[in-house]
Design a protein around this ligand. Structure first.
Ligand SMILES: Nc1ncnc2c1ncn2[C@@H]1O[C@H](COP(=O)(O)OP(=O)(O)OP(=O)(O)O)[C@@H](O)[C@H]1O
Length: 350
């Protein structure tokens, strides 16, 4: 079912893509009876920005959690630069994979600089006793860490707020700080979970620039985002998850042009939709139990109930239709319209 039309970015200025940095194979994650992610393969190569999109509840964050050791996948394997990642998040970070979270996770009562220094700990060799006894090695390492943290704050545009408490930063700057903290672990792969959520258009545009700059530093990027304009401007490749399965993968034009993607976003049925088989089985089983043979008063009652249920169903569908309208703005087709002016030259030509 998956259409894979993976392409290499040939835009001038983009670093050459090559080595496979992330190689996820057959990743499946079940929670009891719910399969949140089903048999997903995904690679990210050096020099690439790859997008992961899909409707709400499609399994994107669960997949991220499988990549970063927060969840141990029920099935499948995740490799970073050829080595299977350990099932512990701090070990995954130490291996070279850093991430940000959909819901910002900063130390609110620590300063901006201290937050970045925390992100640095996987790269400092000085041990516990060195820190407690304040040995000379500790001071040297601490000075180096602070210098690096300040460099990163400069990079994301927060150097002048180094001594502010994280909780006092506006929302958009907190997201930048999360990125600086993730970069402090010197990753080779950065996973961004909805980096522009809650941002205004200017902040979103600045984040786009920031992500390109991170890519240009030699860090491969995998990004989840609902803002389609952001995704299609930014990504060399986009994978679409629907009900836990990868439906399509390809460049922005391919994904925007795939009718199944639009249908999935709008909640419309389409041939071969993930979960369609199960839904058909459920519908058939329901139909079987719903066939009153004789018209008795009870049967009339159950008919009345049935029509009530049907009415309920119709009502239940109404808000969905409204939601569909609302979501249309985010849907790939709509995004295709908004990105038309930027698509030919792609804004990552730098
Ligand atoms: N820890 C968990 N236990 C049980 N079910 C879970 C758990 N985490 C996620 N799920 C379920 O897995 C499915 C996928 O959720 P997930 O958050 O990964 O989707 P998503 O694509 O990231 O959604 P969104 O775009 O809304 O953030 C959902 O049905 C969700 O309720």
């Amino acid at each position: 079912m998956t259409t894979d039309t993976t392409t290499q970015d040939t835009t001038p200025g983009a670093p050459a893509t090559g080595e496979t940095v992330l190689d996820a194979r057959g990743v499946t994650m079940r929670f009891g009876g719910l399969t949140a992610v089903r048999n997903v393969d995904l690679t990210v190569n050096s020099g690439e920005i790859v997008g992961l999109i899909g409707p709400n509840g499609a399994g994107k964050t669960t997949f991220f959690n499988c990549l970063t050791g927060l969840y141990i996948p029920t099935e499948g394997e995740v490799r970073y630069k050829g080595t299977v990642l350990p099932p512990k998040s701090f070990k995954v970070t130490a291996a070279g994979v850093a991430r940000t979270f959909q819901n910002i996770r900063l130390f609110a009562n620590m300063t901006v600089l201290e937050n970045v220094l925390v992100g640095r700990h996987t790269r400092t060799k000085e041990g516990f006793w060195s820190a407690v006894l304040r040995l000379p090695g500790f001071h040297k390492a601490e000075a180096a860490s602070r210098a690096r943290a300040m460099e990163l704050l400069e990079f994301v545009g927060l150097a002048d707020k180094a001594e502010h408490l994280a909780r006092n930063l506006p929302y958009g700057e907190q997201r930048k700080l999360e990125i600086a903290r993730a970069l402090a672990s010197d990753p080779g792969l950065l996973l961004l979970d909805e980096p522009t959520a809650g941002m205004n258009p200017q902040e979103t545009r600045a984040t786009e620039e920031l992500v390109f700059a991170i890519r240009d530093m030699g860090i491969a990027i995998l990004v989840i985002e609902h803002d389609m304009r952001f995704i299609f401007n930014l990504c060399d490749r986009v994978a679409v998850l629907v009900q836990g399965e990868k439906l399509v993968e390809g460049d922005s034009a391919t994904v925007q042009g795939d009718e199944r993607v639009v249908a999935a976003y709008l909640g419309e049925p389409f041939e071969g939709a993930p979960g369609a088989e199960e839904a058909a089985e459920v519908a058939a089983a329901e139909a079987e139990t719903e066939t009153p043979a004789v018209e008795t008063p009870e049967a009339e009652t159950s008919e009345a109930e049935t029509s009530e249920v049907a009415a309920d169903d119709t009502e239940a569908e109404a808000p969905e239709a409204e939601a569909d309208d609302a979501e249309t703005a985010d849907a790939p087709a709509a995004a295709a319209d908004t990105t038309t002016d930027t698509a030919p030259g792609k804004e990552n030509d730098r």
